[in-house]
Design a protein around this ligand. Structure first.
Ligand SMILES: Cc1cc2nc3c(=O)[nH]c(=O)nc-3n(C[C@H](O)[C@H](O)[C@H](O)COP(=O)(O)OP(=O)(O)OC[C@H]3O[C@@H](n4cnc5c(N)ncnc54)[C@H](O)[C@@H]3O)c2cc1C
Length: 418
């Protein structure tokens, strides 16, 4: 029997999305040998195009911000929530937390390639069109089986594996770590369009989130290349009311919302509408002796507050920092330093996602008498600063949002009955 080829490295990173590139950048900077194995050829399409300002801190820390800033991506300085004639306009310059007041809207094919090319130029080896198909753990090392583009296989022996495989969810699948998300099944239908009639001046780059009268919500994300990402998210039963092919479905849904209709009156689809469903996922654990899960390989909640890339960068940064210390022989506590920290961020966003679908956040966003100080605190969460423990809308998100929605609702009712 032929002996299978084996190569050695300090850290094997599975996947070269934003999470993989941030980990690679930090570990390479600290002089560890890093190998990235990426299943696809880059550039490749992936959904998830609206960033949050906290990502600027995280990219800067990983030494990747300068490369991103050179790309001339659309500046995103806030988010506008719309419901018929009502609007709630967040500007990241009005925040509670001292953070970045802008970020970018990014076609992910370009963004992810920028990050990967930057780490590759610094000496990280990235094997494209190579997929990890199996793993094995020994007390002192981990071994991964990698499949080459021609179907041949070789082994990678590593001190540690960082699973940044996103929707591929390599270790959760191989190690039976998957656990169902508590969120109901929702789906998204999306495309890129040209002909978007954008607001002018400082409002051009904001994401629009339109509450559709039928119970769905729509994203409108403008890019600097003249295209705009447009998508709709709803429970699967909502889509059943719209028969036909995905293109016809998406057009009919957009035509049912007054704000989307106006803005997209001249739209042309750039590619046929795509559908993705069942994306909410969770895991039983985030780490073990010789591996850690980062980014979307951990838990993915929901697209509504554009938290995916921010959580991917934050978890990956944290994991890489802890791993550097572990590889140097220092004691580390993955549960406290990593899992608890990452879950704090995920759980804060979870409270906001729940409050959105339960109607509490729409009540707050579209209230007549919004308190500017509270809106600044909420704005910082929407900017991704979910580790700022001085913000009560972070530390007590569930309670604070529930209480506020209740007060605003009763104030609204007394206004109506007066
Ligand atoms: C409908 C929808 C809309 C969204 N909108 C937003 C948004 O506006 N803003 C936002 O921040 N987030 C959004 N997200 C979430 C976002 O897509 C993800 O959070 C983000 O892409 C996670 O990055 P990552 O680096 O963890 O994984 P990915 O970007 O998915 O990268 C993982 C990489 O791993 C590779 N890989 C997979 N399997 C293997 C294997 N076996 N071997 C080797 N490589 C492998 C893949 O090819 C891929 O390149 C959205 C998600 C959905 C479903």
């Amino acid at each position: 029997m032929n002996q299978i080829e084996q190569i050695e490295t300090d850290v094997l990173i599975i996947g070269s999305g934003p999470a993989g590139s941030v980990a690679a950048s930090i570990l390479q900077r600290e002089k560890f040998r890093v190998l990235v194995v990426e299943k696809q050829a880059f550039p490749r399409f992936v959904i998830g195009e609206s960033m949050l300002p906290i990502s600027m801190n995280l990219l800067a820390d990983a030494g990747l911000l300068e490369a991103v800033q050179k790309q001339n991506f659309m500046r995103k300085n806030g988010a506008v929530f719309l419901r018929g004639d009502e609007a709630c306009n967040f500007d990241f310059s009005s925040q509670f937390t001292d953070g970045w007041n802008y970020t970018y809207q990014v076609p992910r094919a370009d963004f992810d390639k920028t990050l990967a090319d930057t780490v590759a130029a610094r000496g990280v080896e990235i094997l494209y069109r190579h997929g990890v198909t199996a793993v094995d753990f020994a007390p002192e090392y981990a071994t991964a089986t990698v499949e080459k583009p021609d179907g041949g296989k070789f082994n990678v022996k590593a001190k540690f594996i960082v699973d940044a495989s996103g929707y591929g969810r390599v270790l959760p699948r191989l190690l039976d770590l998957e656990t169902p998300s508590k969120f109901p099944q929702r789906a998204a239908l999306f495309t890129h369009v040209t002909g978007d009639i954008r607001p002018e001046g400082g409002e051009e780059g904001k994401i629009w989130v339109c509450l559709h009268p039928g119970g769905a919500w729509i994203w409108i994300i403008p890019f600097s290349n003249g295209k705009t990402s447009v998508g709709v998210v709803a429970g699967t039963e909502f889509f059943e009311q719209y028969p036909g092919e995905p293109d016809a479905q998406l057009r009919a849904i957009l035509a049912g919302d007054p704000n989307a209709t106006k803005r997209l009156a001249n739209m042309e689809f750039v590619f046929p509408a795509q559908r993705i469903s069942g994306y909410a996922c969770s895991v039983k654990k985030l780490f073990d002796e010789r591996f850690v899960l980062v980014g979307n390989a951990t838990e993915f909640l929901d697209p509504v507050f554009s938290s995916g890339v921010a959580l991917a960068l934050a978890s990956s940064q944290r994991a890489a920092q802890i791993l550097v210390r572990q590889l140097r022989g220092e004691p580390v506590d993955w549960q406290v330093e990593y899992a608890d920290h990452v879950m704090q961020g995920i759980n804060t966003f979870r409270a906001y996602v729940n409050a959105w679908y339960e109607g509490k956040l729409p009540t707050i966003f579209f209230a007549a008498n919004r308190n500017p100080d509270i809106m600044r605190q909420i704005c910082s969460v929407l900017a991704g600063y979910v580790w700022d423990k001085s913000n009560p809308y972070v530390t007590q998100a569930d309670r604070a949002l529930g209480l506020l929605a209740k007060i605003l609702k009763s104030q609204n009712q007394s206004l109506v009955t007066r």
